[in-house]
Ligand binder design. Structure first.
Ligand SMILES: NC(=O)c1ccc[n+]([C@@H]2O[C@H](COP(=O)([O-])OP(=O)(O)OC[C@H]3O[C@@H](n4cnc5c(N)ncnc54)[C@H](O)[C@@H]3O)[C@@H](O)[C@H]2O)c1
Length: 383
């Protein structure tokens, strides 16, 4: 079936979605942006069939089968609700909602609708991540005892660096943690099979004022000069946690770590071996045993079948971030076409899970105590 995809929000990630949608065989039926003019410019640049005057118009258009929501966070819930109500399959960017309540509404709306609803936790789609998951599931790693890592960026290092994410009304009450900590936690749970059950968190707002962000794109800085305004969202977070399978862990999240661009690093220490994955060097999975250290390369000739499936190129021909998006969108569309989504697809339930962890992190930091993350009753519901 020829799918018609439409993309709301044509900034950094909307363009990545557009490419992946095309590669997965969809027609790019249209785009919407912050104004009709910018939608027209983006439609021309991306070769979309049409420019919608608004995202609200896009999500209801009868020609559209799949809606990709790539707008600032505050629009995710209203647009996803409207898209589901109009009978569209939805890919909604993370964070799925500004809080767990909003994410729960979307899980409920998707459940039983017959529609597919996913959140792009795309780091799951690195072949080396799948290899790690396979090793853990097969028992090669042994019982996991420690899960630890970082997700560090530097694009908000200075007071002159700004973005809509900094503004609580657009980005939500958590910035760094909801934005990138959500990716780390999803990855940790995906690879380990554990669930984070309790958190103790400290948040840091190191840059208390930033210059105005009007029109500034993600990962771009104009070096300051705009009007200074106070910042209420965190630049960094340090989180300790426990899991339902007896592991403990720690995590440092930051958008102010100079020189670190997108350093998602995760280590899983098991009774038999340690696995380490570095998103900036995704061609390799480090596997440490007491006697030996091994580098497992992304080579379809040697990876396990679930990992090799995602290795489109032969070993030594590097794959990267965009390939993860391509694989995610291709799997999502395949789920739409066949009616049976891949078990590894990150769904709205996983978006809700991330929102619950984020809410717990905010509460823990505010109340200076350990906070439970609510149980996964919804996890089995929405697919
Ligand atoms: N999954 C990932 O790896 C990943 C990576 C980056 C961003 N994201 C998420 O994607 C979303 C967008 O982030 P970004 O980095 O692309 O931001 P961005 O600022 O580059 O782009 C946002 C886009 O939304 C558009 N927009 C604003 N208001 C709109 C409206 N009312 N209707 C339609 N479009 C509107 C803007 O014109 C802009 O093109 C965020 O939710 C972010 O968390 C996810």
């Amino acid at each position: 079936m020829g799918l018609h995809a439409a993309i709301a929000g044509t900034g950094f990630i909307g363009r990545v979605h557009a490419r992946s949608a095309r590669l997965a065989g969809a027609e790019l039926a249209g785009v919407a942006a912050s104004s009709p003019e910018s939608a027209r410019a983006a439609a021309a640049e991306l070769g979309a069939d049409r420019a919608f005057d608004s995202a609200e118009e896009l999500v209801r258009d009868p020609e559209v089968d799949v809606v990709h929501i790539c707008t600032p966070n505050n629009l995710h819930v209203p647009l996803a609700e409207a898209a589901l109500a109009a009978g569209k399959h939805v890919i909604c960017e993370k964070p799925l909602a500004l809080d767990a309540e909003g994410a729960q509404r979307l899980v409920d709306a998707a459940a039983g609708s017959g529609l597919k609803a996913a959140v792009p936790f795309v780091y799951r789609f690195y072949p080396t991540v799948r290899e790690a998951r396979e090793r853990v599931a097969a028992g090669e790693t042994g019982a996991l005892r420690l899960l630890h890592g970082t997700y560090l960026q530097d694009w908000l290092l200075r007071p002159g660096d700004d973005n809509w994410r900094v503004d609580e009304r657009l980005g939500g009450p958590s910035r760094a943690f909801a934005d990138i900590g959500s990716h780390w936690c999803d990855l940790a749970e995906f690879v380990s099979g554990h669930r984070i059950t309790r958190v103790s968190a400290r948040l840091l707002t190191a840059v208390p004022e930033r210059s105005s962000a009007a029109g500034r794109k993600a990962f771009e800085s104009d070096g300051g000069g705009g009007e200074a305004r106070p910042v209420s969202t965190e630049d960094a977070a340090v989180v300790q946690f426990e899991t339902d399978a007896g592991a403990i862990g720690s995590l440092v999240i930051s958008q102010i770590s100079a020189g670190r661009k997108n350093r998602l690093w995760i280590e899983l220490d098991g009774a038999e071996e340690t696995l380490a994955f570095d998103q900036e060097h995704p061609e390799e999975l480090w596997c440490g045993r007491r006697e030996t250290e091994t580098i497992i390369r992304r080579d379809p000739a040697t990876l396990s079948p679930p990992a090799a499936r995602l290795a489109f190129l032969p070993g030594g021909h590097p794959q990267g971030y965009a390939d993860c998006f391509d694989a995610f969108v291709a799997d999502f569309y395949e789920g739409v076409r066949s009616g049976s989504p891949a078990a590894e697809m990150p769904t709205f339930s996983d978006g809700l899970r991330a929102a619950m962890v984020t809410d717990a992190v905010l509460t823990s930091s505010r109340e200076e105590r350990w906070v439970e993350v609510p149980g996964p009753r919804e996890r089995a519901v929405a697919k």
